[in-house]
Design a protein around this ligand. Structure first.
Ligand code: SF4
Ligand code: SF4
Length: 297
């Protein structure tokens, strides 16, 4: 199964809208599965008009642990309080007390406790589920519980789920989170091809460069989509020059078009309501499938 990952660096540049439309067009020739790996803000299903209640299952899962204190054994040495880098421990009535949010399950407190008064306990920190779209392919998604950590591990679980629900798929299309943190690293890991989405603004280009460093680390082939390229043609040219110096192909230039917003409001992929945009996406799919990794595919 080949993996194509859509990422951006900066959020809000149209990544999920693009992922949904690419998914529909890729599915015309290939058996695909989608993995919504933006686990902090999963909304790829909504772009297809699918609400959480229509998912076929929601399974509680654990991708993290938390410290649990046995206060009978505790001698109030305060070593756990001092070592906790994440400031997840309060000191109450001369004893440690775990804050509701903040424990990363790193285990440092357990190591330094001289009395063996701390254990790490698995916690249910997320839900994972899947749904079948009307286009025939399935979509795996998840939801990290509010205030919980473990997002990188959760991304791995979503990708695992996507493989399990469509074991015979040729392509897994991964919609990554923005940024360059754990969930992005876990999303890009294993990618055969990365689609970097950028807008012609300084912030978007700057963040895309950081995302590109992640992609390069994993040695994925890649291409750039410039979204709303016509809102700032001068800066668009700068992105094209940057791409040229790095020998990265511009696989698509999408214009500013109110139908992107209309489609989000109507909970439909944009290619369903705009034939011109569909044609542009057809070209993007052609450019991706023309990449070396997909030749003879
Ligand atoms: S497991 Fe780590 S983050 Fe959690 S309380 Fe202990 S030291 Fe702090
Ligand atoms: S390190 Fe152990 S003994 Fe010391 S305060 Fe923490 S729980 Fe108590």
């Amino acid at each position: 199964m080949k993996q194509i990952t859509i990422l951006s660096g900066k959020g809000g540049v149209g990544k999920s809208s693009i992922a949904a439309s690419l998914g529909i067009l890729l599915a015309k020739k290939h058996k695909i599965v989608l993995a919504d790996c933006d686990v902090d803000a999963p909304n790829l299903a909504l772009v297809f008009g699918i609400e959480r209640k229509f998912f076929l299952e929601w399974e509680n899962i654990s991708t993290n642990e938390k410290a649990v204190f046995d206060l009978k054994k505790c001698v109030s040495c305060k070593k756990c309080f001092d070592i906790c880098y994440f400031k997840a421990i309060d000191w109450v009535k001369n004893k440690p007390s775990l804050k509701e949010f903040g424990c990363e399950g790193c285990g440092a407190c357990k190591i330094v406790c001289p009395e063996g008064a701390i254990i790490l306990k698995k916690i249910n920190n997320a839900k994972i589920g899947y749904v079948k779209t009307k286009y025939g392919f399935k979509l795996a998604s998840s939801q990290l519980n509010i205030g919980e950590s473990g997002s990188g591990k959760l991304v791995n679980k979503v990708k695992e789920k996507a493989k399990n629900i469509s074991a015979d798929a040729d392509i897994m299309l991964v919609d990554s989170a923005a940024g360059i943190g754990c969930p992005v690293i876990a999303s890009v890991s294993g990618s055969d091809y990365a689609v970097l989405v950028v807008e012609p603004t300084p912030a978007s280009l700057s963040d895309m460069k950081r995302a590109l460093a992640v992609v390069n680390h994993f040695n994925s082939d890649k291409g750039i989509i410039i979204n709303k390229f016509d809102i700032n043609k001068k800066y668009c040219q700068r992105i094209e020059e940057f791409a040229e110096t790095r020998k990265i192909k511009i696989i698509g230039k999408l214009p500013f078009n109110k139908n992107f917003v209309k489609a989000l409001v109507e909970m439909k992929p944009v290619i369903e309501i705009d034939e011109d945009i569909r044609e542009l996406f057809d070209e993007v799919v052609g450019a991706i499938m023309n990449a070396k990794i997909f030749r003879n595919f």
